[in-house]
Design a protein around this ligand. Structure first.
Ligand SMILES: [Cu+2]
Length: 648
């Protein structure tokens, strides 16, 4: 593009040599220092790789007390020769290994997929004679043109899989380097691959379907046709620059303030989100992130095991995109780099991983008064903090929006390539035909947001609020009454809830200590989108492993060890970890330091229009102040120009 008007406001890395704040992301030098401690402790043999490496966040109480807590890093280490897996914490402050726990993969689960697993798998599977024979039976003799996906295996209790670190491998034909492999799935054959032995231990060869032939290369003029010539430029300019400031990781915009974090597993993390209200700093959310997502597929045949936990198994942060000004982001953009590490624990920088900008968002409020003749209009705008990641076939954008009126929105943008299969013909109920002979199996995208709430302090509670019509009676003689049914969620066992759009169900997070001018608790309300929760049968493996996804809401008492809704080690975990385990103790959540966990996301029955590349589909949730302010907090927003305010 030659007509880009966008300007990089500031570029830099939130990772600094000396951490400015206990929640700042880990810097490259800190990763190296931690690595040296691990090496000195004898934990880094030749075959040892890092499956995860990141900040072990300090306890909330220490941060809020303004202390300088121990700076700790957590590493998941796997010996790729023996499979020995450890969960290690090192203290950079104390210069020592704090803890080192050896996992039992049978009960604890396996560590996440390594970067090298992609190449290792492709090379070894291509070389396997039995797998080559299965390909040859399908007329595929040039294995250099077959691409392989190491797909997380799930857990099904099979005897020959017991204790193995493994993936299940599906094949796609890529005839030349530009060919779009997702167009050409080789269906009916899967290689079950042992990542430690580096060999196939089983080939499932169930059926043959022709490899779909139609090209899906959407960059090829022969596929896409000529470009449109009638789209005129839209330019976004802010001649005086944006209205936010970024000081290290501290982001301020209008009345909002927050700290920006980034983690190889979770991606973008937001910390200490607060609002300044008449000179008072009011805390709202101590930490917000989307620390898990699962994509369970609904085809019960051959590919019954497909259920990817993109965050816990593949680490979405690690696959973050480097964003391009004028392409991914328009306007006055501030970018932050992200520092992650490779399989060896060596830091690598993803430039421009986090995008921060402002957007006009239409009308904020507007009124023509029939009695006074006054006419006023104000523009809404929002602060956008986002990142994009690519995990296998799909691309996911994680967007957080902060509005002038105190609302917060989390939106996930789903795009990229459908996961494809052969289409068996007829009215196959578990898949949609998106190109001739090409099927896209039905699936869900179920995200879990973790919202560590601090609505005007640590003492919070959650009310479930339904709206219902009241029956006709002596109080309601004409039958028109509408009431709110408010139910306090008293303990964790009562907190696993489902949305109910017919009752307009919302969840109100309130302070049990602070009230507004009406004497009511100040609160923020979670508005869910109320799509189906996990549809897999409760007896299924994925229902046990993704227990979090069986409800839209969970509330737990804060525990710094409870970070991941499906547990710490998701890969090949037999199930039961995460939220079902966290809530088993049934702790008190009424007037406690609480964490909200919200499941959301679509059930995706693919459309032909989703192929060959899917227009963005959106999902998310909204948090709105509910009696948090005493009135509309945006009366002081000025009109954008003089003629937007006409007071006769
Ligand atoms: Cu989908």
């Amino acid at each position: 593009m030659s007509d880009v008007t966008d300007v990089v406001v500031s570029a830099g890395s939130p990772a600094r040599a000396q951490p400015g704040h206990p929640l700042d992301p880990v810097s490259a030098s800190e990763y190296r220092a931690g690595r040296q401690l691990l090496a000195a402790a004898g934990l880094l043999g030749d075959a040892v790789r890092f499956a995860y490496y990141g900040l072990d966040e300090p306890h909330k109480a220490d941060v809020l007390d303004g202390q300088a807590p121990d700076r700790r890093l957590r590493a998941f280490l796997i010996d790729t020769a023996s499979g020995r897996s450890t969960d290690v914490v090192v203290s950079l402050t104390r210069q020592e290994v704090v803890s080192c726990r050896v996992l039992d993969p049978r009960t604890d689960g396996q560590l996440p997929i390594l970067n090298q697993d992609f190449a290792v798998t492709e090379e070894a599977v291509r070389a396997d004679p039995q797998w080559r024979a299965a390909m040859a039976r399908r007329g595929l003799t040039d294995v250099s043109k077959i691409r392989l996906c190491p797909l997380t295996a799930g857990w099904f209790g099979a005897a020959d899989e017991d204790g193995r670190r493994m993936v299940r491998v599906l094949a796609f034909v890529q005839a030349d380097p530009h060919d779009y492999a997702w167009s050409h799935p080789v269906d009916g054959v899967a290689a079950y691959f042992d990542l430690i032995e580096r060999k196939i231990f089983k080939i499932v060869d169930e059926f043959e379907l022709p490899v779909p032939a139609e090209s899906g290369d959407y960059t090829d003029p022969a596929v896409r046709g000529p470009h449109r010539s009638d789209l005129r430029p839209i330019e976004i300019t802010q001649p005086e620059g944006p209205s936010f400031t970024l000081d290290g990781t501290l982001l301020r915009w209008q009345n909002w303030s927050m700290r920006i974090g980034f983690d190889a597993r979770e991606g973008l993390t937001l910390h200490q989100i607060g609002i300044s209200d008449g000179g008072r700093e009011r805390p709202l959310i101590y930490r917000a992130s989307v620390p898990e997502m699962v994509v369970p597929y609904g085809d019960p045949r051959f590919r019954y095991w497909q259920s990817y936990f993109d965050t816990g198994e593949y680490l979405v942060g690690k696959w973050a995109n480097s964003l391009e000004l004028g392409c991914d982001c328009l306007g006055e953009i501030a970018y932050l780099d992200a520092t992650i590490t490779d399989d060896f624990g060596e830091p690598t920088v993803i430039p421009n991983a986090i995008c921060i900008h402002e957007e006009d968002h239409g009308i904020l409020w507007k009124h023509f008064d029939i009695f006074t003749g006054s006419s006023e209009a104000r523009r809404q705008r929002r602060l956008v903090v986002s990142f994009f990641t690519t995990v296998g076939n799909y691309d996911y954008g994680f967007y957080w929006y902060f509005y002038l009126d105190g609302a917060i929105e989390c939106e996930i943008k789903m795009t990229g390539a459908l996961f494809t299969a052969g289409y068996p013909g007829g009215d196959y109920p578990y898949s949609a035909e998106v190109a001739p002979g090409l099927g896209a199996p039905v699936h869900q995208h179920l995200f879990s947001a973790r919202l560590d709430m601090t609505v005007d302090g640590l003492s919070n509670a959650v009310d479930e609020v339904d709206v219902v019509g009241a029956p006709t009676g002596s109080d309601n003689p004409y039958g028109n009454a509408i009431i709110q049914q408010v139910t306090r969620l008293g303990s964790e066992s009562q907190s696993a809830r489902r949305a109910d759009p017919a009752r307009g169900r919302t969840w109100r997070v309130l302070s049990t200590e602070q009230v507004n001018r009406f004497g009511k608790p100040v609160s923020y309300t979670l508005y869910p989108e109320a799509a189906p929760t996990l549809l897999a049968d409760p007896s299924s493996s994925v229902a046990r492993r993704a227990g979090f996804a069986s409800h839209h809401l969970w509330v737990t008492q804060y525990d710094p060890a409870e970070r991941y809704p499906a547990g710490d080690f998701v890969n090949q975990h037999p199930g039961g970890a995460g939220l079902p385990a966290f809530t088993a103790a049934d702790r008190d959540i009424d007037g406690a330091d609480i964490v909200l966990w919200h499941t959301f996301g679509p059930t995706h029955y693919p459309r032909p229009e989703d192929w060959p590349v899917m227009p963005v589909a959106r999902c998310g949730f909204t948090l709105k102040p509910t009696g948090f302010f005493d009135r509309n907090p945006t009366l002081d927003v000025p009109p954008p120009t003089g003629h937007c305010s006409q007071r006769p």
